[in-house]
Design a protein around this ligand. Structure first.
Ligand code: DX5
Ligand code: ZN
Length: 221
């Protein structure tokens, strides 16, 4: 199995110095930077938009894994691509034509992801799985960091692992919400290949970012 990807979610970072936070997790071994975009409509919280992403872009070479929790999503794809997103992940519920959303992301030259809410069945992406670069299993209800991992999502991760392997795909299977050092190995054993972690990393303080990232990956600290 290839190396586990760790994507710190900057939602839990210190917003007064995002640039420093990003360079710190980059230096600590993050594989991608997970950026949560919330609109106060699709989810009950508001975070950051493309202007902030654009300003952060020059400060790290790591891919920006942009998780869009906005509806409608289609009118904003171009702006997020131009701002520096590398992976653009949307929720199938965020628009009437999810296949079109994925095609639009790919046409912009970006990698496309699908985010599945805890109550959304994996069959929602049955007919688009081959077109996806990433599937994001939400293991909390989207909107806030610091929530507890919903255990039922382990079965969904296993089901998606089987579907991806059956089709011979190399889709990144990413898990987002309530991931910490205590449950990371269980999530990886279920078949995840990438872990998003917000509070588990940023609440530790910069001096411990690297050891936390290594621990999440399952490497001995
Ligand atoms: C929730 C976001 C997550 C969140 C994870 O809507 O999608 O990325 O930041 O935070 P933790 O790791 O604290 O659960
Ligand atoms: Zn997220």
């Amino acid at each position: 199995m290839s190396r586990v990807l760790i994507a710190p979610s900057i939602l839990a970072a210190d917003f007064s110095c995002l640039r420093d936070e990003i360079t710190a997790v980059d230096a600590a071994g993050a594989d991608m930077i997970h950026i949560d975009v919330m609109d106060g409509h699709f989810v009950p919280n508001i975070s950051i938009g493309p202007a902030v992403i654009q300003k952060l872009r020059p400060h790290t070479g790591k891919p920006f894994d942009v998780h869009l929790m906005i509806a409608p999503v289609d009118p904003y794809l171009e702006e997020f691509a131009a701002a520096g997103a590398d992976i653009i992940t949307a929720h199938p519920e965020a628009g009437p034509h999810f296949h079109r959303t994925i095609q639009a992301v790919r046409k912009l030259g970006k990698r496309a992801g699908a985010a599945l809410n805890p109550s959304t069945h994996e069959s929602a992406i049955e007919y688009v799985l081959d077109d996806l670069d990433l599937v994001l299993v939400m293991s909390v209800n989207p909107g806030f960091g610091g929530q507890g991992f919903i255990d039922s999502q382990l079965r969904k991760i296993e089901a998606l692992r089987r579907a991806i392997d059956r089709r011979g795909l190399s889709t990144i299977l990413e898990v987002d919400g309530g991931v910490n050092e205590g449950n990371a190995s269980t999530i990886l054993a279920a078949g995840a290949t990438a872990l998003v972690a917000g509070s588990a990393i940023f609440s530790r303080g910069e001096a411990r970012y690297a050891e936390t990232i290594r621990a999440l990956r399952g490497e001995t600290v």
